[in-house]
Design a protein around this ligand. Structure first.
Ligand code: CTP
Ligand code: MG
Length: 233
């Protein structure tokens, strides 16, 4: 199979704060974004499109792609306002392939094993996302912070990336999302991951694939300390 990847790094990192965007913070002397590019570069993936802010394209080209010799990165392209806009930018820049891996550049601990498990499930189910069963009990609350429901913990997963799809399926899903964007916004539906687009707009089932508890997303300052400790392992 020909496999393509969209690595997302066009966010502004509001929850992290600080003057350097979280994907460029140094971790073990290298930018956070280096680690996921390295995992994809060293894998069976054929092509990588890196999506960043317009102001960071030349930094990414020089300080990541050229400096570390990531030969699979075919394009560094500009993202959009919301994550799903950036995904669309990435899909547009990516050439034709059989399976598309969508990955958060802020998840440095993705491994070759996770990529392989995801490809296996993508070929079997057409759509899969890395995830792990939650460790804590999860509550569903109302707007006032009162508990409404306690879902069965065995059925609750936290989802990660990569999220991997049959290429025509994910391309049609995002096309449909753009066409219905206005309607979804009015319904108060917030698109936060790729599986959601495939579930809600294509009504296509999505498999949960074993990720890892180390495959965290760098989101708030304490995550950087956790990440440094994983690197030291
Ligand atoms: N992302 C993107 N384009 C956007 C928003 C997010 O490419 N318009 C990327 C981020 O760079 C990140 C991934 O999507 O790698 C997951 O998003 P998130 O963790 O929410 O990152 P940010 O949006 O940057 O952070 P925050 O929500 O705290 O502002
Ligand atoms: Mg965000």
């Amino acid at each position: 199979y020909r496999c393509g990847a969209v690595v997302l790094a066009a966010g502004s990192g509001k929850r992290m704060g600080g003057s350097t965007k979280k994907q460029y913070l140094l971790m073990g002397g290298k930018p956070v974004l280096y680690y996921s590019l390295k995992a994809f570069e060293d894998s069976f993936i054929d092509e990588i499109v890196l999506v960043t802010g317009a102001e960071d394209i030349s930094y990414c080209q020089q300080e990541l792609v050229e400096k570390y010799g990531f030969t699979k990165v075919s394009r560094v392209t500009e993202g959009g306002k919301e994550r799903y806009h950036s995904v669309v930018c990435g899909l547009t820049a990516l050439s034709n392939c059989d399976y598309i891996f969508i990955h958060d550049g802020a998840r440095p601990f993705v491994t070759g094993g996770i990529l392989e498990r995801c490809l296996t499930d993508a070929t079997k189910y057409g759509a899969c996302v890395a995830g792990m069963p939650v460790k804590d009990t999860i509550k569903i609350a109302d707007a006032k912070g009162m508990i409404r429901e306690t879902p069965d913990r065995n059925l609750v997963w936290m989802v990660q990336t990569p999220q991997v799809f049959d290429a025509p399926l994910i391309r049609s899903a995002y096309q449909k999302l753009l066409a219905e964007e206005e309607k979804l916004l009015q319904q108060g539906i917030h698109i936060t991951d790729d599986a959601m687009v495939v579930e809600t707009l294509m009504r296509h089932p999505v498999k949960l694939t074993e990720g890892s508890y180390q495959n965290i997303k760098i989101t708030t300052p304490e995550d950087m300390r956790v990440a440094e400790s994983f690197l030291a392992d």
